[in-house]
Write a protein that binds this ligand. Structure first.
Ligand code: GLC
Length: 746
């Protein structure tokens, strides 16, 4: 009996130790850092603790903030990028405040700092995480070179409504692609070791922001827990596992609860389930916006709700600095909650080495801006991100055969708009536009006729058409001004704005080959424009080096390999339309369209499945679509088993051949469907992709391994697991191609 009791006690002690064992730090902290945090915390007054939780947008003279800095009332600033000023901010904190705690200096470095890369939607179109990671690293080197140590990026918001302007800032509609891009950007920003060039990532906007009703920014979302856990949360979990140091709450209320006061996502999921021990910052005044949301009565109330939900830092509501002391005094907020928030803030500052190295070397920092290697990487990324949507064979253009080139269109020479949204520190003087690149490559051959974003209905293009008649080829650059996408910039009409479509009609009528290149922040509805051009290249605002990149693609120096990370709609009325939809009980099966029939008078039935009588149920171009100058053929597709155990690995083999005349790179995509589940499942989900370069005529046998665990989902019973049953697998060059192979999970 005594022996049993001893054994039981021993087991209980082991279990207790396991439970109290601190979770491994997701941000990579260690005992030394944790010890320093506790030592510092023990010396801080409540006011100094609260000061760390206060973030201020800096502008104007440093002296405006000097007193608050000396009093320890500011823990972070954003929107200052002058390294001399940043050093002065830091000097006051480090040398003149009581505890010498350095500032965390933040900035929206969204797709490059000075050297601007394609907008994140374009980065996703590369399907090249390694290249995207390199670009984030370059952004980190340039930003930290000027004293910025925190970026509010990457944005992980799954976006399936192109009316929403912020689709430009994310990785599109797919969970798997978004997660891989998130991991790449977190690694790129923060670097291998958190050294002086480490830029703290901030995964945002947590969570579900891209599902704004009506595609209108800041609007409410109504996502169920299953949608959150199967679609919107996984990219954030992947980024937390990749070591993201910080996270930002989103503006939206989901199912009635604003994210900045949402305990379920900020505590239950983020802290308790994922063990995230990084810093949570609000979005700009998103704490204060809980008042108009009708979720709080005043700034004190929303500050209380935010800190008790798990927010650590307040961006520009001044709710914490104004009310937390009295909230602690009244007992509405425990000081232990303040301590926990301050621990997470100090942890990030210590991990970044800010206590040891608070200052930036101004001269060294200037030297790295726009380095040749940076511009080269930006060009290569723009080349990989452009998507060839149409080509009747006119492309690639033969340099020796073009003769006179007419260049026109609003994006031909638009150095600012080409950078796209959220390019705060991109300087248009450094942008190389398509016109500049063409003039350099074909001196004396380019005739440029400007065409602005004319809002007025231009009915005559005589000058441009006359020039087209004199040219051998017409290169027209169309699209969207940068200001029309990004935050708060939503559109209900996705056609080319102004009279661009009419311009195309006129150019086609001139009788010379017309090649259209579109630069935009979203997939526009360009179906009506396709008949009026021989080829169309689509670039989500390609950044500083977009000009040379697009010219290299048009003339075949580089073979297009970009694939769209979002569905291209035929009309905005099809919203929302994305590839990983559920099947419904009446899936579309080639029902006749209105255009194909003449309804008889009194006809009582037409169509019986889920589609639009006028536009059908298929998009213009599906997720993952993109042409090449060559062609690829998939064959010998086989699985190594017919059935897999839950802990097994699916081993897919197939042959891929380059069956055309150009060397090229195919983005191989593997999709899987769970045929029957405890809940209805998507008709396809991307589970793997890889860029495969092949010489013309080359054929390779490839193998892909996918753990069965990748098929897990949050089901009816509220558990995330793989459910046994039948599955189908496709391997193809886009989400609408290929034939499935079947397998079972036991
Ligand atoms: C903005 C954006 C957020 C950005 C922040 C700071 O409102 O929503 O993405 O990082 O404010 O500029």
């Amino acid at each position: 009996m005594k022996y049993t009791r001893t054994l039981l006690l021993a087991v209980l002690l082991v279990l207790l130790a396991a439970c109290t064992q601190p979770k491994p730090s997701t941000v990579g902290s260690d005992a030394g850092i944790e010890k320093r945090i506790e030592q510092l915390l023990s010396r801080m007054t409540l006011a100094e603790k609260i000061g760390q939780m206060n973030q201020v947008s800096a502008g104007g003279e440093v002296s405006n903030y000097a007193e608050a800095l000396r009093n320890g009332q500011i823990g972070s600033i954003l929107n200052e990028v002058d390294p001399v000023k940043i050093n002065e901010f830091q000097r006051i904190c480090v040398e003149e405040s009581r505890l010498g705690i350095p500032l965390l200096v933040g900035r929206d470095v969204i797709h490059g700092f000075h050297t601007i890369f394609p907008i994140p939607l374009g980065l996703a179109a590369t399907f090249d995480p390694a290249l995207v990671e390199q670009g984030a690293r370059i952004a980190a080197v340039e930003a930290t070179g000027q004293g910025v140590r925190w970026t509010f990026s990457p944005m992980l918001d799954i976006a399936r409504d192109p009316r929403w302007g912020r689709m430009a800032e994310g990785s599109g509609e797919d969970v798997y692609l978004d997660a891989r891009m998130a991991e790449a950007m977190v690694r790129g920003y923060q670097g291998e070791a958190l050294d002086a060039n480490a830029l703290a990532a901030c995964i945002k906007h947590f969570v579900g922001y891209g599902a704004a009703e009506g595609g209108r920014d800041y609007n409410s979302t109504f996502l169920t827990e299953r949608q959150l856990r199967n679609v919107y949360l996984p990219p954030f979990e992947a980024a937390v596992k990749a070591g993201a140091l910080t996270l930002m709450t989103s503006f939206n209320d989901n199912d009635g609860v604003p994210s900045t006061g949402n305990t379920f996502i900020l505590k239950d999921v983020l802290r308790d389930e994922w063990g995230f021990d990084g810093l949570v910052v609000t979005d700009w005044n998103s704490m204060g916006e809980m008042i108009p949301h009708g979720f709080g009565t005043d700034r004190k109330d929303v500050a209380c709700k935010a800190v008790n939900a798990g927010v650590d830092m307040d961006m520009m509501t001044f709710g914490f600095i104004s009310h937390l002391e009295e909230l602690v005094a009244s007992g509405q907020v425990k000081e232990s909650a303040i301590d926990e928030a301050v621990r997470r803030i100090l942890r990030v500052k210590l991990l970044l080495g800010l206590f040891e190295h608070p200052y930036v070397d101004v001269d060294a920092g200037q030297a790295v801006q726009y380095a040749e290697s940076h511009l080269d990487a930006a060009r290569r990324t723009a080349e990989e991100s452009a998507i060839l949507l149409k080509n009747d064979g006119i492309l690639p253009l033969k340099a020796g055969q073009v003769g006179t080139i007419l260049v026109t269109g609003p994006m031909a020479d638009a150095p600012h708009d080409q950078l796209g949204t959220w390019s705060f520190d991109g300087e248009k003087a450094h942008t190389v536009t398509p016109l500049q690149a063409l003039k350099e490559r074909f001196p004396g051959q380019v005739n440029y006729v400007p065409y602005g974003y004319s809002r007025e209905r231009r009915t005559r293009f005589d000058d441009i058409v006359a020039a087209a008649r004199r040219a051998d080829v017409v290169l027209v650059f169309l699209g969207e001004e940068a200001i029309l996408s990004g935050e708060a910039h939503c559109l209900a009409d996705l056609n080319l704005i102004g009279t661009q479509s009419e311009l195309l009609v006129a150019l086609k009528a001139a009788g010379k080959p017309v090649v259209a290149t579109v630069m935009a922040g979203r997939p526009l509805t360009i179906e009506r424009d396709l008949p009026n051009c021989r080829a169309m290249l689509y670039a989500f605002h390609p950044g500083t080096m977009g000009g040379p990149a697009l010219v290299n693609l048009l003339f075949g120096d580089v073979n297009p390999s970009g694939k769209t990370p979002v569905t291209f709609l035929r009309t905005v009325g099809q919203v929302p339309m994305y590839y990983s939809h559920t099947m419904t009980g009446r899936p579309y099966n080639n029902e006749t369209l209105l255009a194909d029939i003449e309804p008889e008078a009194g006809q009582t039935s037409l169509g019986n499945t889920s589609y639009y009588l006028d536009y059908g149920a298929r998009p213009l171009f599906p997720f993952g679509y993109g042409l090449s100058y060559t062609t690829f053929d998939y064959s010998d597709i086989a699985l190594d088993k017919e059935a897999y155990p839950q802990d097994g690995t699916i081993r897919l083999t197939f042959s891929l051949a380059n069956t055309g005349a150009y060397d090229g790179t195919e983005v191989v995509q593997v999709y899987i469907r769970d045929l029957v589940g405890s809940i209805t499942r998507p008709v396809k989900e991307l589970k793997y992709f890889e860029r495969v370069p092949l010489k013309a005529g080359e054929k390779r046998t490839l193998e892909v391994q996918i753990p069965v665990s990748e098929l897990a989902f949050f089901g009816l019973d509220g558990v995330t697991k793989v459910e046994p049953g039948g599955f189908q697998l496709w391997v193809a060059g886009d989400s609408a191609s290929g034939q499935p192979v079947s397998f079972q999970v036991l």
